[in-house]
Design a protein around this ligand. Structure first.
Ligand code: FE2
Length: 296
């Protein structure tokens, strides 16, 4: 089966379309080949697959342990290990994000099937976060490597689900570094004031979305995509009418590893409390919960 793989790169930054493989019948040697291709391209698209729920779940088993979404319920599908998002129910992910980055161990891979898509529009963009890190200037890379960021599930109305991750994440196998902050779930740089944090996060959000780091993909029904959620971010273009339904199996991952410990302590506002102190409330809450956990 491996000899029949056809791989076509889709952009200079990342992504390839793979044909000549039936994902419903993936054997061990083919799944090893898929993993190798995934490490090289970070996202793979397999058109014309149309997997059943069982087939999508067993495909996930080749890559690791899959889990239900921690907060959101499916609009119609009963199988909870597959996460379903329907545009008609507000399921349009039009902010840049890595899936579940607010968890201590965010998603490793996402296996995504397009169930129903509009004739025009509803493309998804992905960005290569390794390239985005490597093309920063040396002083900016240095600064980012010393920082951590607070992520939470505020978009799911669960702000208390939060975790701090390094701003620069290292691939434990290759040592390659990538940016790990995103528009949707990252709230605050821990070591900076809220004003500085906002400036830096806004800058990195725009940087990550630079077209030269990105791929834009137009869907057909039955296409399956498999991406590395550690080193990419994605964004859905909300330019369509009608329904768009996706189903995702989420392969759970490891705790993001930084280059080293943070270079600075968490930011603490000096002086008396004032109106602007509220911008530090979330960070204070997180730090308090951490120290209580340490004392328990
Ligand atoms: Fe997503």
């Amino acid at each position: 089966m491996i000899d029949s793989f056809e791989v076509r790169r889709l952009s200079g930054a990342l992504g390839a379309e793979v044909s000549g493989v039936n994902l419903a019948e993936l054997d061990e040697s083919s799944s090893r080949e898929v993993k190798k291709l995934l490490a090289e391209h970070l996202i793979l698209f397999f058109p014309d697959q149309a997997l059943s729920n069982e087939q999508q779940l067993s495909l996930g088993e080749h890559f690791g342990r899959s889990e239900a979404h921690p907060h959101l319920e499916n609009p119609s599908l009963e199988e909870t290990r597959i996460f379903e998002l329907a545009a008609s129910q507000g399921g349009i992910a039009d902010e840049w994000h890595s899936d579940l980055s607010f968890l201590p161990e965010p998603a490793l891979f996402s296996i995504f099937q397009m169930m129903k898509c509009p004739e025009v529009g509803g493309d998804t963009l992905w960005s290569n976060l390794q390239l985005a890190f490597e093309e920063l200037s040396p002083p900016m890379r240095d600064l980012c490597q010393g920082l951590t960021a607070l992520h939470n599930a505020e978009p799911h109305r669960r702000p208390e689900a939060m975790y701090v991750h390094p701003v620069v994440r290292m691939d434990p196998e290759t040592g390659r570094k990538s940016l790990f902050v995103n528009e949707h779930f990252t709230r605050r740089i821990v070591e900076m004031s809220s004003e500085e944090s906002r400036l830096l996060l806004d800058y990195l959000r725009g940087w990550i979305a630079s077209p030269r780091f990105c791929l834009r993909y137009g869907w057909s029904e039955g296409t399956v995509a498999l991406w590395d959620n550690r080193f990419t971010q994605h964004f859905v273009v909300n330019d369509f009418e009608g329904e768009r339904v996706i189903q995702r199996v989420t392969v759970m991952g490891d705790q993001p590893m930084g280059v080293g410990p943070p270079k600075w302590p968490p930011y603490r506002r000096r002086g008396r409390a004032s109106d602007t102190s509220r911008h530090d409330d979330l960070l204070k809450k997180y730090l308090r919960s951490q120290s209580e956990r340490g004392e328990a």
